[in-house]
Design a protein around this ligand. Sequence first.
Ligand code: NAD
Length: 483
Amino acid sequence: MVSRVIPVDPFDLIIFGATGDLARRKILPGLFHRFTVGQMPEEARIVGTARSEMDNDAFRGVIRDSLLEFAPRAAEQTGLLERFLEKLSYVCVDVKGDQGWGDLAGFMRPDAVRAFYLSVSPSLFGEIAARLNENGIATPDSRIVVEKPFGHDLASARALNASLRQSFDEHQIYRIDHYLGKETVQNLMALRFANSLWEPLWNSTHIDHVQITVAESLGVEGRGEYYDRSGAMRDMVQNHLMQLLCLTAMEPPSRFQPNAVRDEKVKVIEALEPVAPSDIVRGQYRDRNGEGSYRDHAGDPNSQTECFVAMKVNVGNWRWAGTPFYLRTGKKLRARTSEIVVVFRDPPHMIFPKMEKHRGNALIIRLQPDEGITLRTTIKEPGPGGMRLAEVSLDMTFADALGSHAEAQDAYERLIMDVIRGDQTLFMRGDEVESAWAWIDPIIKGWEESETAPVSYDAGGSGPDDALMLLHRGGRRWREIEV
Ligand code: NAD
């Protein structure tokens, strides 16, 4: 398959926090990759800003080191690497002071796309937006990109939205959830809305339940104190898992256009029913092999923050009544894996002898580690010996099926190019974020009021037993977290 790269318009991209972890590990390597595949026009320019004093050469040196460390094959592409670095400039800006804004204003070209990437703490979003406006750097067409966490609860998300909207319109604001930039996530939309095969089956008549798992093998070592202020519900469920739930459950939009798609996602969130406390399991990993427990890493022996959540969620609408969605995410689990498993109902009448471990049809959409789609089906076991059934998988790993075309394009690079194109489809709209918090807030408040503690689970396992029971109660079971 021939790779098709559609060049974007010339742009001036300003990265705030350009010396930070996210910029060095994801944003600049992503931009470099787009440059190497020829998507970036000659006239594209990137300006890094941060608080430290340094000149262009010093900044390019920092980014050269980062690209050699984080960009695949940068070491073999030194010619391209140097040409890419020439596109970079640096302006020292203390966003709380006056320094640097005039230099930035002087840098901008009237006819290039303007984008501002705020890779800094959300506490600085409002201030940066206001100064871009006051200094005449922002125009009605320029774009502003903000990172998660987008609020801590509904009130703070509203305040953040209000502070951005004082200087930018909603159509200029790009709230990143990098899960939406993953190839498989977009493929979920293609699978559902570009094929006629699935739509007749995509409802509670045919689907028994859906499992959405985002499992991490790492704990919170090194950033436990920071993490302990948020927890899995705020850090993962409110954004990544809810986005996956929305894309799986949404109605077909009338067009593949930003607001048409996002309207349908908001409707899913608004249809979510309150969750009974008995349908949620919270957990913390305990020590194994002396690596330390969650509480050790959080630095608080009494921490009540969950680093694991499993919950049964009901989408209260005609399509999904009677088909629960089970969400699960946690730290220090058996493997790092993200997947959506759509489990179909059993045939209404089985004419064959029952298989011992019959699990039935399931469509498995893998987001990581190797993106792809698997359809679990039942066939006759080959060979003599009567009519014995076996499960087989129709498997499509993108890397195998599509070859170099599927070559890892990081979610960030796709999303940054969407910003330059002015396409908001894969970004969260303000009301979407607020609706998600409006549903999450009472759950967290309920935990705080009940003062129930998270249950503990073995590091390196599948999470607490209670999470297994959550499905067993309904005669179901989780798909194993595969190593
Ligand atoms: P970081 O602490 O590594 O970097 C922060 C950057 O902001 C630095 O370049 C620093 O110089 C700059 N900065 C801080 N205060 C400033 C000021 N007053 N004026 C000018 N510049 C200032 O943080 P990070 O890990 O790169 O994260 C950046 C943002 O992205 C945060 O909102 C974070 O929550 C979010 N995020 C990060 C990751 C990640 O993988 N690192 C993932 C998702 C979201």
